[in-house]
Design a protein around this ligand. Structure first.
Ligand code: NAD
Length: 256
């Protein structure tokens, strides 16, 4: 797969799935604009080791203004966004009648509205260049629900609706828009949910097993590297007519 000369912007790529996808895109030759908080230097160094150009923009993607600054940075310093991966996401677990209103608002802002803002701002550049790939990281929770995750499930279902709409609006162009729906991946986002089980008295190994056993028939975590390979495939010529799909990679979660 040769993505040499393309620039990929991956939101939330300092950790977990986003970093795994950024690495696979860099290995395929793409230059990378990283985004996210935390271990920024380590993330930049691991992409630079692939021999591609890499930058980091610190936008908080709950802010439409900061998203606009990030897209402007990619246009100014990288010549535009050819591949947009909307990956950043957060989670909060609580029954709907106890769900904190501010957590609902930030999950909708980060997991759903930010996807709208990056797409509306990056798409004109893709149209000008006559090529583009938009890959939205939704979730098995974009296809089915779980109790206590109202905001996350609503946002991820919304991402799939937005993905299909953008796929239709770009259908006659060399720009595609698709979604990937991961099952459980062992990242900080999921480790917090395992830690909550450990805090409630379950042994660590048992807590991991129980989390998988409830949803994921394979009883194995999906890896960021596997998701990265799927993203690279969706960026390639073979995927030119893959449009508007919600592609689950979930150890059998939604086959049940
Ligand atoms: P993670 O917590 O490891 O990483 C999240 C990333 O998003 C980090 O880089 C963080 O800095 C960044 N981020 C968070 N809030 C941000 C903000 N306001 N602005 C900019 N960046 C921000 O999470 P992950 O598990 O790698 O999840 C990545 C995506 O995959 C999310 O959209 C999540 O919903 C989805 N997903 C995860 C799983 C899983 O099992 N881990 C399963 C299905 C879907």
């Amino acid at each position: 797969m040769n993505l040499k000369g393309k620039t990929a912007l991956v939101t939330g790529s300092t950790s977990g799935i986003g970093l795994g996808i950024a690495r696979k895109l860099a290995e395929a030759g793409a230059n990378l604009v990283l985004n996210g908080f935390g271990e920024v230097e380590a993330a930049v160094a691991s992409i630079a080791a692939c021999g591609v150009k890499v930058g980091h923009h610190p936008a908080d993607i709950s802010s439409p203004e900061q998203i606009a600054e990030m897209i402007a940075y990619a246009e100014r310093d990288f010549g535009g966004v050819d591949i947009l991966v909307n990956n950043a996401g957060i989670q909060h677990v609580a029954p709907v009648e106890e769900f904190p209103v501010e957590r609902w608002d930030s999950i909708i802002a980060i997991n759903l509205s930010a996807v709208f803002h990056t797409i509306r701002l990056a798409l004109p550049g893709m149209r000008r260049k006559g090529w583009g790939r938009i890959v939205n990281i939704a979730s098995a929770h974009g296809l089915v629900a779980s109790a206590q995750k109202s905001a996350y499930v609503a946002a991820k279902h919304g991402v799939l609706g937005l993905t299909k709409t953008v796929a239709l609006e770009t259908a006659t162009t060399p720009i595609t828009c698709n979604a990937i729906c991961p099952g459980w991946v062992l990242t900080p986002l999921v480790q917090k949910q395992i830690d909550a089980r450990i805090a409630a008295g379950t042994e660590p190994e048992q807590a991991r097993h129980d989390l998988l056993a409830e949803k994921q028939p394979s009883l194995e975590f999906v890896t960021p590297e596997q998701l990265g390979e799927l993203a690279v495939f969706l960026c390639g010529d073979a995927a030119a007519q893959v449009r508007g799909v919600a592609w689950n990679m979930d150890g059998g979660w939604v086959a049940q």
